[in-house]
Design a protein around this ligand. Sequence first.
Ligand SMILES: [Zn+2]
Length: 163
Amino acid sequence: MAVRPIILYPDPILRAQARDANVCDPQTARVVADLWDTLDSHTGVGIAAPQIGEPLRIIAVDATRARRPVPNHGRMALINPEVVLSEGEIAFREGCMSIPDFVAHVTRARTVVISAVLPSGEPTTFVAEGFEAVILQHEIDHLDGVLFIDRVRSARDLKPRGR
Ligand SMILES: [Zn+2]
């Protein structure tokens, strides 16, 4: 298990379509462990396997790290996650460990239904709202090579971090 370097934009790895992960493959457990080690060494709230150079559909999210408490499911690693339903709109200031110099206001669905497989092999379907829904959509985007800067509606919404 290891803290892995974060792949930075514009590395083409971030633009690739990740492939389905096999929950029985020992590599999947290794990637999940490395995602947690890497996320825990940063201040982020989520990470996707392509960000550590693994082209697999695996994410780890932790909405408990929100500055203000929000409804959430705690720390979750998800294998082959999918948004099966989305509703409403929410605008949120997003950042990304792979694009450390910028933040942007992005509009996404306010409520999502996610279906995925847990690292235990158990399938799961759950509803996420608000901040947690935003994190999940951001990380699932990574699996399709989509970055938050692609979802910015106007250049004015993109800002250098820390200003
Ligand atoms: Zn990101």
